[in-house]
Design a binder for this molecule. Structure first.
Ligand SMILES: [Fe+2]
Length: 470
């Protein structure tokens, strides 16, 4: 009798675990406000700042593991100039300076400008810093805010953008993002789409993109991951060095997380631990990325950074006809770890639409088992595809029909997401379709932390079961 009651209670616990599954929504809305072509070169969003050798394409990213450093990057086009950054906590009063380095590269016959990267470290948390790059009359000034101290209850608002490109749709995404109030961008790969061009125009379109994003990226860190459009394998012009433009222009703090490659790394920010993976680098067992990730998961301390977020370019779960199943090999390699480590969200881009999964996993499947379908799994992450930044390739409008059980919401429109972490247990998530402006909740929900909430639930269950035994 007792075992029968246990069976019944297990059944009801299982039912409560599969809440909301089997009822995904395919939005009938498809919005594309502007044509999918790049903004012309003479548009003001690509304007070169005035003055001899004026710094352009200014952008920043987190410079260390814990958010007390930033890397400031910019380009000078006339001559090398200085790689120094002057900075301080009062506008116009720069008590500190740091010396960076400059680099350059060629791509076919294009010669890049002088690309400067300068690390500012030992910064105070939660502090506004003003900084100046360049010299004389053509110097330029910007500011950024450092994140709060690493703390499980530190609140922080992230923006999530993928596959941005440089069309009017991209501009719309960027403008909407900039009024969201978010403090750092988690970028999901495919930056400029410069590889859609040929010969010297590839380099030119990397430059225009750098000037395009400066309006946001000079003022807050964009945390980068690489996509297929960064590979730039172009043998017809003898360019075969993968990620050449990307690696020269967009540095990452990979050494701080003991990574051997700028393409995969991790940072901690406020109450979040963010792991960046490379879909286009080796990741099977015993490769460097695989071994690094195994170690990085050991470094995750949910007592300090309860929010565990993974970024990659190719989604492991989505149901669009475009790029369907491309993430399967990485899913086979890493999904078990995501579930075991109770990752909160896996964000990806690549597919030019929006889609969110339920908490599901397919880790019981192997080639000799028959259990091929993903199943509801409370320990699994949400898989969210935000590849809808607005690049020139347009929208991926054809979803698979019928909508698979694992797909919770999908819509082929441009937009971006925000994840507003409030404390260790709760965060607000919001996907914002471009045409709706910032106030319309297209896909939004309150997210419960996978570590703290499940721990407290486990404690309650334990309490309950010990009571029922006595
Ligand atoms: Fe892509």
């Amino acid at each position: 009798m007792q075992s029968f009651l246990r069976l019944i209670s297990t059944f009801f616990i299982f039912l409560s675990c599969v809440e909301n599954t089997f009822a995904g929504i395919t939005s009938t809305v498809i919005r594309s406000q502007w044509p999918s072509s790049d903004i012309p070169l003479d548009n003001e969003v690509f304007a070169v700042p005035k003055g001899h050798n004026a710094p352009q394409q200014v952008h920043i990213t987190q410079g260390d593991y814990d958010g007390k450093a930033v890397i400031i990057s910019w380009v000078t086009s006339d001559e090398p100039g200085s790689s120094e950054v002057q900075y301080g906590t009062t506008k116009g009063k720069y008590d500190n300076s740091a010396e960076g380095k400059s680099t350059s590269y060629t791509f076919y016959k294009y010669k890049s400008g002088y690309i400067h990267h300068c690390l500012l470290d030992g910064l105070e948390y939660d502090t506004k810093y003003y900084y100046k790059v360049g010299s004389g009359g053509s110097s330029r000034e910007f500011w950024f805010q450092t994140p709060p101290t690493i703390d499980p209850d530190a609140s922080h608002k992230f923006g999530i953008i993928g596959d941005l490109g440089q069309t009017y749709n991209s501009l719309s995404t960027l403008q909407h993002y900039m009024v969201s109030g978010a403090q750092a961008v988690l970028f999901l790969g495919d930056l400029s789409y410069a590889d859609r061009y040929k010969y010297n125009d590839v380099g030119l379109r990397w430059d225009t993109w750098g000037r395009f994003i400066e309006q946001s990226a000079a003022f807050q860190p964009w945390i980068w991951s690489a996509g297929n459009h960064e590979i730039e394998y172009m043998p017809y012009m003898e360019e075969v060095d993968p990620f050449k433009s990307y690696l020269h222009r967009y540095p990452t703090p990979y050494l701080a997380s003991k990574s051997t490659s700028p393409l995969w790394y991790a940072v901690r920010r406020a109450s979040a631990h963010i792991i960046v993976l490379s879909s286009y680098s080796s990741f099977v067992k015993y490769t460097l990325q695989w071994m690094w990730l195994r170690e990085e998961f050991k470094r995750v301390d949910r007592e300090k950074t309860p929010w565990l977020i993974v970024l990659m370019h190719v989604p492991l779960y989505h149901s669009n006809n475009v790029h369907f199943m491309e993430g399967e090999s990485m899913r086979a390699a890493f999904e078990k770890w995501f579930v075991r480590n109770r990752v909160d969200i896996v964000f990806a881009g690549h597919v030019h639409a929006y889609e969110r999964s339920y908490r599901i996993s397919n880790i019981q499947y192997n080639v000799s088992s028959g259990d091929r379908d993903p199943v509801p799994d409370k320990s699994a992450p949400l898989y969210i595809t935000v590849g809808d930044g607005g690049n020139q390739e347009g929208l991926a409008g054809r979803f698979r029909d019928p909508q698979p059980d694992y797909s919770a919401f999908r819509e082929a429109s441009y937009g971006h997401s925000t994840l507003e972490i409030k404390n260790r247990t709760h965060a607000f998530y919001h996907w914002n379709r471009n045409n709706d402006g910032k106030k319309v909740a297209t896909d939004s929900f309150i997210l419960h932390n996978q570590y703290w909430v499940s721990n407290s639930r486990r404690r309650k269950l334990k309490k309950y079961s010990s009571k029922s035994i006595t």
